[in-house]
Design a protein around this ligand. Structure first.
Ligand code: ZN
Length: 272
């Protein structure tokens, strides 16, 4: 079965593999795209992480995840700026196509989502010169609105594109089917994102969803029309990988890694 154009976000096999064993498992199945998280890289250090990636001939379709400026208070903002700059260095070391930057939630006790959104834009603007200097693109990833309070104050693709238009060169968007499938304006906004799409994440929306964070579905097990979204993204000029990103505490994280990867390949070929 075809594995070309398929990438696996290592969160999908978070409980089965670390960076080295994860990459080796993907290679064994013929997959050449990977998206690691900071925990994977920091566990071995940037140099060793880069060696693992390069020696296995892997394409890094994204590096997860940063941003999170929304929930900061004024004092916390600088610490987040510094930490995101370190993430840019890590992303450059492993040759990441882009860094996935989510909004962050609202500050504790706050009822002011507008300020949270403003902090995100300010934080992104503050780190962008360093990202440009390192040759790493920043991908604004809108999250489903159920996370707006505690995790991602940027919810709509239209907002993400607006932010990119303000930030300019070196910024773009990550289109995650799980977060955006429900948006009635999705097709228009993906068209509008032409030239700015840096990543395309896939999984499925289960009915019922039993956990807001950790019950994402394997492609084909839920209600998202993934081929339709892929067609929109490709019509907007994106030619990169489809990246499987599944957080699934009670199902896929409990299965053998080989089975999870095999299933991703099978669904990529039959569903996506
Ligand atoms: Zn995603």
């Amino acid at each position: 079965m075809k594995t070309e154009g398929l990438s696996i976000n290592l969160a999908t096999v978070r409980h089965q593999y670390d960076l080295k064993t994860g990459v080796e498992a993907l290679v064994k199945h013929g997959i050449r795209g990977v998206s690691p998280w900071r925990e994977h890289v920091q566990a071995v250090g940037m140099t060793e992480a880069a060696r693992i990636i390069t020696s296995n001939g892997m394409k890094v379709t994204g590096y997860c995840r940063g941003g999170l400026f929304g929930g900061a208070d004024a004092a916390g903002q600088q610490a987040l700026i510094d930490d995101n700059k370190r993430m840019i260095d890590e992303g450059a070391a492993i040759g990441a196509d882009c860094l996935v930057m989510i909004g962050g939630g609202m500050a504790p006790g706050s009822r002011d989502i507008k300020t949270a959104r403003g902090r995100y834009l300010d934080g992104m603007a503050a780190i962008l010169p360093h990202a440009r200097a390192c040759g790493v693109a920043l991908a604004v990833e809108p999250l489903h609105p159920m996370y707006a309070a505690d995790r991602g104050c940027i919810s709509l693709l239209s907002e993400a594109i607006d932010i990119c238009e303000q930030l300019g060169e070196g910024s773009g968007v990550a289109i995650d089917a799980y977060h955006l499938w429900w948006d009635p304006d999705l097709e228009n906004q993906i068209t509008r994102a032409k030239g700015k799409i840096l990543a395309h994440h896939i999984c499925d929306w289960l009915v019922p969803t039993k956990d807001m964070l950790l019950d994402r579905g394997m492609m084909g097990d839920g209600v998202i029309d993934l081929p339709r979204i892929r067609r929109m993204v490709e019509a907007a000029g994106f030619t990169g990988y489809q990246e499987v990103e599944i957080f699934s505490a009670e199902n896929w994280w409990k299965r053998p890694g080989d089975e999870v990867i095999r299933t991703c390949i099978e669904r990529y070929n039959t569903v996506c």
